[in-house]
Design a protein around this ligand. Structure first.
Ligand code: ADE
Ligand code: ZN
Length: 338
């Protein structure tokens, strides 16, 4: 049963320094920005993309992924990437997010005719502008798309490694967990790891614990995107603790996608009590009607988490981030001093 969160607690949650480790940049574009970009680029967005209230229309995981592709199609230039980055970080900073690591998809940019270089240049400009205006620090995790296959993934990782940028701090993969096997992606993740990029992968979101086993057995990952299905495998929970794997948890996304039907079914509190390192994240905010701040508030209310637990979640997230050690220790101290 949801607990009443009093005004004092709400205001403390508002002020708590927060960390986002799991958002997809193309999935942060709000409908009004999608319309603006489409107009600016003289593109007509598929009208099926929107529901009667002007929000994004989708009904299951497959239609969500295709709505995500449709929204991304409003982009045409590096400048568009600057604007979506800036808007996303501005919203985050408004909720006292002090550090945000966002997934970017060069495959989606390429579909729109945007080169890797222009994409990174635009995003880096958005990060710099947001840091100047709102003091938020942003970094980038380059991702490939699982259902596009390992050959395409190799192309993405090689492009990343051959074009280093100081804001690109890691490598990852999203997309449909039913497609291909994680073993087939091992050579791709090994390229990233050998070049010094820490890795994360979506696993155990819509598919079961076996997908998380594959992730930790075949890939050099220190984090798992979601991993919530691990709750159904005791041995896996122990392995996650022993191998110090961090889980990027997105409760609002899981509920919106129907992975868990109610907050009481969501495993976050059980993962925390098992001693697993977790963060709270928005995934694709306008698709799931959420934000990082909302995730902290909803978790406080529905899981009855006190402000010390929420603060420890920010700390676990910051420790698990892929940012350089100097920035990490500065931001860890900022959270500790709260
Ligand atoms: N791409 C964007 N959001 C995603 C999600 N929740 N799962 C897998 N791939 C994604
Ligand atoms: Zn995700």
């Amino acid at each position: 049963m949801a607990k009443f969160v009093n005004y004092k607690m709400q205001s403390r949650i508002n002020k708590l320094p927060k960390i986002e480790l799991h958002s997809h940049l193309e999935g942060t574009i709000k409908p009004e920005l999608a319309h603006q970009l489409a107009k600016r680029n003289a593109i007509s967005l598929d009208y099926c993309l929107f529901d009667d209230n002007g929000g994004y229309a989708w009904s299951n995981f497959a239609s969500f992924l295709s709505a995500y592709d449709s929204v991304s199609s409003c982009l045409r230039k590096g400048e568009d990437y600057r604007d979506i980055t800036y808007n996303y970080l501005k919203d985050c900073a408004g909720e006292n997010v002090i550090y945000a690591e966002t997934f970017i998809s060069p495959d989606h940019a390429a579909e729109c005719g945007i080169s890797y270089g222009d994409m990174i240049k635009g995003i880096a400009q958005g990060i710099d502008d947001a840091e100047n205006d709102f003091e938020i620090i942003g970094r980038i995790i380059v991702t490939c798309v699982r259902h596009l296959g390992p050959a395409q993934g190799l192309n993405v990782v090689q492009t990343m490694v051959n074009n280093p940028h100081p804001y690109v701090v890691g490598f990852g993969m999203g997309g449909d967990e039913n497609a291909f096997t994680l073993e087939e992606f091992a050579p791709i993740f090994n390229v990233a790891e050998k070049a010094g990029y820490p890795c994360t992968v979506h696993a155990g979101e819509i598919c079961g614990p076996e997908n998380v086993w594959d992730a930790i057995n075949y890939l050099p990952v220190s984090r798992i995107g979601h991993g919530v299905q691990s709750i159904f495998d005791e041995k896996l929970l122990t392995a996650i603790v022993n191998r110090n794997i961090h889980l990027e948890i997105c409760p609002g996304s899981n509920l919106a996608l129907g992975i868990f039907h109610d907050w009481v079914d969501h495993p976050l509190p059980r993962l925390i009590s098992r001693g697993i390192s977790v963060s709270l994240n928005s995934d694709d905010p306008p698709f799931f009607h959420t934000t990082v701040g909302q995730e902290y508030h909803d978790s406080a209310k529905n899981f009855e988490l006190g402000d010390e637990v929420l603060k420890s979640i920010s700390l676990m997230a910051m420790e698990a981030s892929f940012v350089d050690t100097k920035t990490k220790s500065k931001l860890v101290n900022k959270i500790k001093n709260f």
